[in-house]
Design a protein around this ligand. Structure first.
Ligand code: PLP
Length: 358
């Protein structure tokens, strides 16, 4: 089936096959990678290659550290103020969807929030440009969500916020196109959309920020300590790290972020065109310039058709199209690992469904 789940999401078949092949006997060691010590030579190599490959894939400069962490993007949202803001300091938050709200909620106990922009009143359908943000004077950082997974709202241009470090949640669009990492203070992402399986996240931090005192916190919540321990301050999620490494290798072999940018543009264009040319049978409510290339939420003109749409789609091998409960309707998540054939099949199905139920 073509799986349009928002995350955990579809993984490249080649990655799953390799993992299956190596599951019982990791490269002749006689044990599975899930059974081997994270301090052993096999896993140390897996971890080192994952970082080197991710650096190559994303063009991460040397003055940026890469951390592999457990706890998901949500934990990063709480750790960012603890690590990069002094107690009581202001941090600017731009909220353009559900996950921006989550970021704010996780940070609120540790910083004074300045809501620099918030599109909730308009139903989270837009990505207001940085020129309209109400930034504060001495913010510790500016946080925004590059791609809102539920509302399907994406910032394509990197916001210019001057000298203040820009902190970005890239959970659902990391490595989907070339990105100038040097424009950011921190980029973080849960892996379970574009980078591999759930259970591991990536935090890319400009190294100078790691010398900020932050706030009193346990060592395990300290990004500098985690970096000093090479992301192994405690037992890391080694299986997830291994799968992430395979996924990154696959992306490099496929042609890297430039190639995925082209594929993703074609996939998104096909789906939005199908919606826009349906004469209102399907609709996407996001302002066209802010439409996500990764997550395409859409509604049928009559909600009574939702159940038959999902049932018939499933029969046609198109699964996980139900929209998130906060929005309803449908959502097609079309990350790097979703082949173009999958999106073509979905577009054809949508047109056929309209003909039969129109
Ligand atoms: N941020 C974004 C943009 C997301 O899409 C998600 C999850 O879907 C999260 C944060 C939360 O991630 P996690 O479940 O890994 O904590």
């Amino acid at each position: 089936a073509y799986n349009f789940s928002a995350g955990p999401a579809t993984l490249p078949e080649a990655v799953l096959r390799q993992a299956q092949e190596e599951m019982l006997d990791f490269r002749g060691v006689g044990a599975s990678i899930v059974e081997l010590s994270h301090r052993g030579p096999e896993f140390i190599q897996v971890a080192a290659e994952a970082e080197a490959d991710l650096r190559r894939l994303m063009g991460i400069p040397q003055d940026y550290a890469v951390l592999f962490t457990a706890g998901g993007a949500t934990t990063a949202q709480a750790l960012i103020p603890l690590n990069f803001a002094a107690p009581g300091q202001v941090a600017d938050y731009v909220v353009t969807g559900h996950w921006g709200k989550t970021a704010l909620k996780q940070a609120a106990p540790y910083v004074t929030i300045n809501l620099a922009a918030n599109t909730e009143a308009g139903g989270f359908r837009d990505a207001p440009p940085p020129s309209t943000w109400s930034l504060s004077k001495d913010a510790a950082y500016v946080h925004y969500t590059a791609n809102e997974t539920i509302h399907g709202v994406e910032y394509r241009d990197i916001p210019d916020v001057g000298e203040v470090p820009l902190v970005a949640d890239f959970s659902s669009s990391i490595a989907s196109e070339p990105l100038d990492v040097s424009k950011f203070g921190v980029i973080y992402a849960g892996a379970q959309k574009n980078l591999g399986p759930v259970g591991i996240s990536v935090v890319i931090v400009r190294r100078d920020l790691l010398s900020r005192a932050g706030q009193p916190r346990a060592d395990i919540f300290n990004y500098a300590s985690n970096l000093a321990a090479e992301s192994m301050l405690n037992t890391p999620p080694s299986w997830n790290w291994y799968l992430l490494g395979l996924t990154v290798k696959w992306m490099l072999a496929e042609g890297g972020v430039e190639e995925f940018a082209r594929r993703n543009a074609r996939k998104a264009a096909l789906l939005y065109t199908t919606i826009d040319q349906s004469g209102g049978y399907y609709r996407n409510e996001v302002v066209p310039a802010a439409r996500s290339r990764m997550n395409v939420p859409f509604f049928l003109h009559d909600a009574a058709l939702d159940a038959p749409f999902l049932a018939e789609a499933k029969d046609a091998g198109l699964i996980s199209l139900k929209g998130h409960r906060v929005l309803g309707g449908m959502r097609a998540s079309i990350y790097n690992a979703m082949p173009e054939e999958g999106v073509q099949a979905l577009a054809a199905f949508m047109q056929d469904f309209q003909r039969r139920h129109g």
